[in-house]
Design a protein around this ligand. Structure first.
Ligand SMILES: [Zn+2]
Length: 66
């Protein structure tokens, strides 16, 4: 579980992950939440108590085309 702290107002948010979520996915989720928090301040909105994270599938696998 990751924690994101808003850089503007210091409000803290917990990210509840699937138990098998990798570090890479967790980093993406943190980046996504930080982005939302910045936008909330730009648009002068209050932060949501809970946020629905978008589906973040792993990067596509590259295979050779023969
Ligand atoms: Zn904030």
């Amino acid at each position: 579980m990751g924690t994101v702290v808003c850089a503007k107002c210091g409000q803290r948010f917990a990210i509840r992950n699937e138990p098998d979520a990798g570090a890479e996915l967790a980093a993406k989720q943190v980046a996504w939440v930080e982005d939302q928090l910045v936008w909330d301040h730009i648009q002068e909105r209050k932060h949501h108590g809970t946020m629905e994270l978008p589906a973040m599938p792993p990067e596509p696998v590259v295979t050779a085309n023969r």
